[in-house]
Design a binder for this molecule. Structure first.
Ligand code: MN
Length: 188
């Protein structure tokens, strides 16, 4: 996938150097790995979501990371139109987490306490109820029948160049660049 912003656009929340390694090296490696594994696998024509729900081993891990990073990089904006969600998503957040502030605290805590590498997600279930989940390594909420809406990558490659061991500082800064219009569209 191409980035929907310039490599230096998210600085200082995410530096150009981190984007260059994260998108240009880490994600590129997952794409190259998957392309090498697909021939003869039976998944040549499958979508990423189909692969993530059915495959195992290296195909699952690399496809999962590609799907996760498409949702991750696709949710950022240099200048988001608004700093919090509106409409039906805002109503659902207040209903299921009491307030936007309480939601953000719970989401950051889930990211900060995820042991090792993984992702924290906001997803919707079949009825539209919102849930926060911690997913390890390359896992994605679609594997649980959930619709993924928002994610923070807590693999060290996502923040170590800019924040070193200060993962909570990185997570609390990410709200500045979330494009809530994108998250609202995913929810509808
Ligand atoms: Mn990553």
């Amino acid at each position: 996938m191409a980035l929907p912003f310039e490599a230096d656009a998210l600085n200082p929340v995410i530096s150009r150097e981190t984007i260059d390694f994260h998108h240009g090296k880490h994600l590129a490696a997952y794409v190259n790995n998957l392309n090498a594994l697909l021939p003869g696998s039976g998944f040549e024509e499958a979508t990423l979501i189909e692969i993530v729900c059915k495959a195992t081993g290296g195909i699952l891990n690399n496809a999962g990371q590609i799907l996760n990073h498409e949702l991750y990089f696709g949710q950022f904006s240099e200048k988001p139109a608004k700093t919090e969600p509106a409409g039906k998503l805002a109503e659902a957040i207040e209903r299921d987490f009491d307030s936007f502030t309480a939601f953000k605290e719970a989401f950051q805590k889930a990211g900060a306490t995820l042991f090792g590498s993984g992702w924290v997600w906001l997803s919707a279930d079949k009825e539209g109820k919102l849930v926060i989940t911690q997913e390890t390594n390359a896992a994605n909420p679609v594997q649980k029948g959930l619709k993924p809406l928002l994610t923070f990558d807590v693999w060290e490659h996502a923040y170590y160049l800019d924040y070193q061991n200060r993962r909570p500082d990185h997570l609390s800064a990410l709200w500045q660049i979330i494009d809530w219009d994108v998250i609202e569209k995913r929810y509808l």
